[in-house]
Write a protein that binds this ligand. Structure first.
Ligand SMILES: C[S@@+](CC[C@H](N)C(=O)[O-])C[C@H]1O[C@@H](n2cnc3c(N)ncnc32)[C@H](O)[C@@H]1O
Length: 285
């Protein structure tokens, strides 16, 4: 018996229980749990069991499966998902966005006679990514910003991270990845260790719960979709499905950003490669 399996039996998650939980996770989140995830799931489910007062994993699965208990499902999803993120993750992508793609799209929108920039951050986690996108739009537009609609839509499946993101409170140290001038302008100290995004910045980001496996409810297409470091958790069929839907919600000439370790075959989705892990919908097609 491997080390990992010995660990599983200590926390008491049988094959049948693990399969049942894995089925739920696949169904709700598109995430395929593997054997190596079992110890993590087992220990998190034990904690959830204690908090619900239930005595068995099977009773807990019954609770999750029962119709109309989204709160319990939400707590489960919060515990199982990985929310790891940080400011300016994959800095070269943010730089290309700031210097190249965003100015290009702003010019195109303006030449089309409106000033409505549409940006969607589709796995926003605790907010570092969407707040950075909002800051970049304000900084690039400068004095013209008040004449534009620039709000960033930030979605995530996890209610817990969204609540945290809305507060906009961050530790001082990781913020140092942002330029000093941005830190000064867009964040205020709360105490020696924490800062908070100023209200003007918090107002620029709309946080909503959204499961990427659900049909996209948005009517208008987006100029930019950031869907970084989440597709890696989906199985290939779900990844394809989600990518096709994202592609359909890209405006002509719009850009899709994936995580730096994620990719796709652009032709399969009618996209062009702009740079590693960044894809563009052709202007015509
Ligand atoms: C690793 S974080 C990535 C955060 C950020 N995009 C980045 O690149 O730093 C993945 C996020 O995807 C969210 N997530 C997982 N499955 C999801 C789904 N089916 N729909 C929407 N969000 C999901 C998780 O809650 C988590 O916050």
């Amino acid at each position: 018996m491997s080390e990992g399996l010995a660990g599983i039996h200590r926390v008491g998650l049988s094959d049948a229980e693990y399969e049942r939980l894995a089925d739920l996770v696949r169904k709700w989140m598109g995430v395929s749990l593997e054997e190596r995830n079992r110890p993590m799931v087992a220990s998190r489910v034990q904690k959830l069991l204690r908090s619900t007062g239930l005595s068995s994993v099977s009773a807990y699965c019954d609770l999750l499966e029962r119709q109309g208990d989204p709160a319990a499902i939400g707590r489960f999803v919060d515990r199982i998902t990985t929310h790891h993120t940080y400011f300016y993750r994959d800095a070269d992508q943010f730089e290309a966005y700031r210097r190249e793609y965003l100015p290009e799209i702003l010019r195109r929108i303006e030449s089309g006679g409106n000033r409505d920039l549409r940006v969607w951050c589709a796995a926003a986690s605790t907010g570092e990514e969407p707040y950075t996108l909002a800051i970049i739009a304000q900084e690039v537009l400068g004095n013209a910003a008040p004449q534009w609609k620039t709000g960033v839509l930030a979605t995530d499946i996890s209610v817990g991270v969204l609540e945290q993101a809305r507060r906009g409170i961050f530790a001082v140290e990781p913020l140092a990845r942002l330029p000093e001038a941005w830190q000064q302008r867009w964040f205020r100290p709360l105490d020696a260790e924490r800062v908070q995004a100023v209200k003007a910045l918090r107002d620029e980001v709309v946080f909503r719960r959204f499961n990427l496996l659900d049909p996209l409810p948005f009517k208008q297409p987006f100029h930019f979709i950031f869907c970084r470091n989440v597709l890696i958790y989906f199985n290939p069929a779900m990844r394809r499905e989600v990518l096709s839907r994202l592609r359909d919600k890209l405006a002509p000439g719009g850009y899709l950003f994936l995580g730096s370790s994620e990719s796709l075959v652009p032709q399969e989705y009618g996209l062009e490669r702009a740079r590693a892990s960044v894809f563009r919908r052709p202007l015509h097609g």
